[in-house]
Design a protein around this ligand. Structure first.
Ligand SMILES: C[S@@+](CC[C@H](N)C(=O)[O-])C[C@H]1O[C@@H](n2cnc3c(N)ncnc32)[C@H](O)[C@@H]1O
Length: 343
């Protein structure tokens, strides 16, 4: 029987849900933690291409990143390991020649090695460039060489960023904090834009519910949208007076808008999913058909699948779910990407 091996990553504490989603697709799959609660080996009783196709077709909510394991090299944690990795890379020509390749190296947190993951990339990039006619890159790669350094074994795999579900190392999305950044919450919407392949600048009028202090609003304004922001709290002073911003300092339950006034609704209210989805459902008539909603859902008492189901029940049939995903910048939350339906 075919068995294929992968390494999966989720946000800390959510690996069990990612595993549950994979096991639903492939019963009999076995898991072993490499990093408790977040990184795990996956042995699936199916061919690797079947697994990849199934994960792309029905992308799990909690699986942030996956890399194939096609080779395993013993490690003794000394600089000799780098020589073994270089030898491995020297054999790769048929897979990577002429392409843009990113080496993404990670290690178990507690592991003490004579070199760093960055040192692995530093050692392999010149070999790839000089001997394999490869252009080493960090982002925008055609292929990724994943290197996971665990205690006694290095797990290696070559895949495309698409197959890994993310082109960030381990799905850890690292945006640079801007000097004038209003809130860290902005990263959630930036990541949603990237993850859902959503070009925010194609929208015109956005409704931002639970907007304060204004990280999401600031991104929407940067993308040239007109924004109506609703929050009983205070918006950051740098945003007030922006010509494209209307700020209603109110509870979302106390506002009313004309039908189809917006083509985008975003909601990052840290409130119970039940209350939040009821409020959003009341405001959805203000979104035009084909318009989009991006909504953060708090996972209050875990039971995440139940929470998603109940939230969607409150929003349907006004919307269809395009994707539910726990983003790297979500903490005890996940993000729904929805489209407004004709009723
Ligand atoms: C996580 S913060 C939002 C952060 C924001 N997205 C940003 O980027 O800066 C949650 C906000 O939801 C607001 N909120 C909670 N309940 C609300 C309600 N019923 N109506 C409107 N806003 C609400 C809170 O006042 C708080 O400012």
């Amino acid at each position: 029987m075919n068995v294929s091996r992968f390494i999966g990553s989720s946000n800390f504490g959510f690996a069990q849900y990612a595993q549950e989603e994979i096991r639903r697709l492939f019963p009999g799959t076995k898991f072993r933690y490499l990093e408790p609660g977040e990184v795990f080996l996956i042995d699936v009783p199916a061919r690797a291409d079947e697994v990849t196709a199934a994960l792309l077709e029905q992308e799990p909510i909690f699986l942030r990143h996956i890399q194939p394991v096609q080779h395993e090299i013993p490690l003794d944690k000394t600089a000799d390991d780098l020589m073994r990795l270089i030898e491995f890379v020297q054999e790769l020509r048929p897979f990577v020649a002429g392409e843009k390749v990113a080496v993404q190296a990670r290690k178990v947190k507690a592991g003490k090695f004579a070199y760093t993951p960055f040192g692995v990339k530093d050692a392999l990039d010149p070999i790839l460039q000089q001997e394999q006619s490869v252009e080493p890159v960090v982002r925008g790669a055609d292929k990724i060489i994943s290197v996971y350094l665990s205690d006694g074994t290095c797990y290696l795999g070559i895949s495309t960023p698409h197959e890994n579900l993310s082109d960030w190392n381990g799905g850890m999305v690292r945006y640079r904090k801007e000097e004038e950044q209003v809130s860290r919450a902005k990263f959630k919407l930036l990541e949603a834009e990237e993850r859902f392949n959503l070009d925010l600048s194609q929208f015109h009028n956005a409704l931002d519910i639970g907007a304060a202090p204004g990280g999401w609003t600031s991104l929407l304004l940067e993308r040239n949208l007109s924004v109506t922001a609703v929050d009983p709290g205070h918006m950051h002073a740098s945003l007030l007076g922006h010509p494209n911003l209307t700020f209603l300092q109110k509870n979302a339950g106390d506002v009313k808008f004309e039908e189809r006034a917006f083509d985008l609704l975003v909601c990052d209210m840290s409130w119970s999913p039940k209350q939040m989805s009821k409020l959003v459902a009341e405001l959805l008539p203000a979104v035009e058909t084909g318009g989009v909603a991006v909504i953060t859902v708090k996972l209050m008492h875990k039971k995440p699948f139940q929470t998603v189901k109940e939230t969607l029940q409150n929003l349907e049939p006004q919307v269809v779910l395009l994707q539910a995903k726990q983003l790297f910048h979500n903490r005890e939350e996940l993000t729904l990407y929805l489209m407004k339906e004709e009723l």
